[in-house]
Design a protein around this ligand. Structure first.
Ligand SMILES: Nc1ncnc2c1ncn2[C@@H]1O[C@H](COP(=O)(O)OP(=O)(O)O)[C@@H](O)[C@H]1O
Ligand SMILES: [Mg+2]
Length: 274
């Protein structure tokens, strides 16, 4: 049964009265000026990775889907917030999706994880349901309405995690054949050692699941985090070879990374490959 859990963050179109440089001076140095953005995203034909969802008219998906991937603490939230600011100043409406944010099962998945009652297969299927719900009810309708959808992680994280837990790769690729191929996928790459520092800066702790503690590598959270993130990164490399997303150096200043992301998203809006 549906009920409001964690709604997607939706931001309406901002009319863009002024360029970013006309904003009040912030303490950080202003980003380098960029050429004005195209107002209406240039349409490009979308496709699903596999079987997709039936009854979807791909030609009507006028918006753009941009995915930011990366481990816990890699800076995804930071970069998505900056992209939202920049896009909205340019007059684009945005919507944000991410893992475990569906109204359908996010709370149940949370509960099941707390109780540690899921097998690797049922956990993967739970996450797949969470993804499918957001795809059907948020991503596709938003793209139909011309929104820029910013996804904080996508099927690749789900596949990499499941592959570390030894689920069959062909089965996973088939399962996620439901997914729409994004217009751009950018993976923020950092070493596990840097990720530990970031996570401590953020929450002063490491997350149980992001440390792969369920896999029993080590009783020590640090040790487990380093081993687990290393394994996930290896699976990401494998997935990169299949799905061809971009891997960028996440170990730079937020502003430097943002400028690179802007260029890629601007290319997407203009209908060019990032
Ligand atoms: N490029 C960066 N350099 C240094 N610290 C960063 C950078 N990007 C984000 N941070 C900090 O690292 C922590 C994790 O960033 P966050 O954006 O929350 O990551 P994620 O959403 O990927 O978990 C936060 O404390 C954030 O302020
Ligand atoms: Mg985050």
């Amino acid at each position: 049964m549906k009920r409001p859990a964690r709604p997607a963050k939706i931001s309406a179109v901002v009319p863009a009265p002024s360029a970013p440089s006309a904003r009040p001076a912030a303490s950080a140095p202003a980003p380098a000026p960029v050429p004005p953005q195209v107002f209406l995203p240039k349409p490009t034909l979308k496709r699903f990775y596999g079987h997709g969802i039936t009854g979807v008219d791909l030609e009507k998906l006028a918006g753009k889907l941009v995915v930011i991937e990366g481990a816990d603490g890699s800076g995804r939230s930071t970069q998505i917030a900056k992209l939202v600011d920049w896009l909205e100043v340019s007059g684009h409406a945005t919507v944000q999706v991410g893992l475990k944010r569906s109204t359908l099962v996010s709370e149940e998945l949370d509960q099941a994880q707390k109780g540690n009652i899921l097998s690797h297969t049922t956990m993967a299927l739970f996450y797949a349901t969470d993804f499918a719900d957001q795809l059907e009810n948020i991503i596709l309708p938003s793209l139909r309405a011309g929104f820029i959808v910013l996804a904080d992680r996508y099927i690749y994280t789900l596949m990499a995690r499941a592959m570390v837990r030894e689920l069959d790769e062909a089965w996973l690729r088939n399962l996620y054949g439901i997914a729409l191929v994004p217009d751009a996928v950018i993976y923020l790459n950092l070493s596990p050692e840097h990720l530990v520092q970031r996570n401590f800066a953020k929450t002063h702790s490491l997350d149980y699941w992001e440390s792969g503690m369920d896999l029993g590598f080590s009783r020590d959270l640090f040790d487990s985090f380093l081993k687990y993130q290393d394994l996930v990164a290896q699976r990401f490399n494998r997935l990169q070879a299949i799905y061809g997303f971009e891997i960028i150096n996440g170990n730079r200043s937020p502003e430097e990374i943002h400028l690179e992301l802007r260029q890629k998203v601007a290319a997407v809006l203009a209908g060019r490959p990032g």
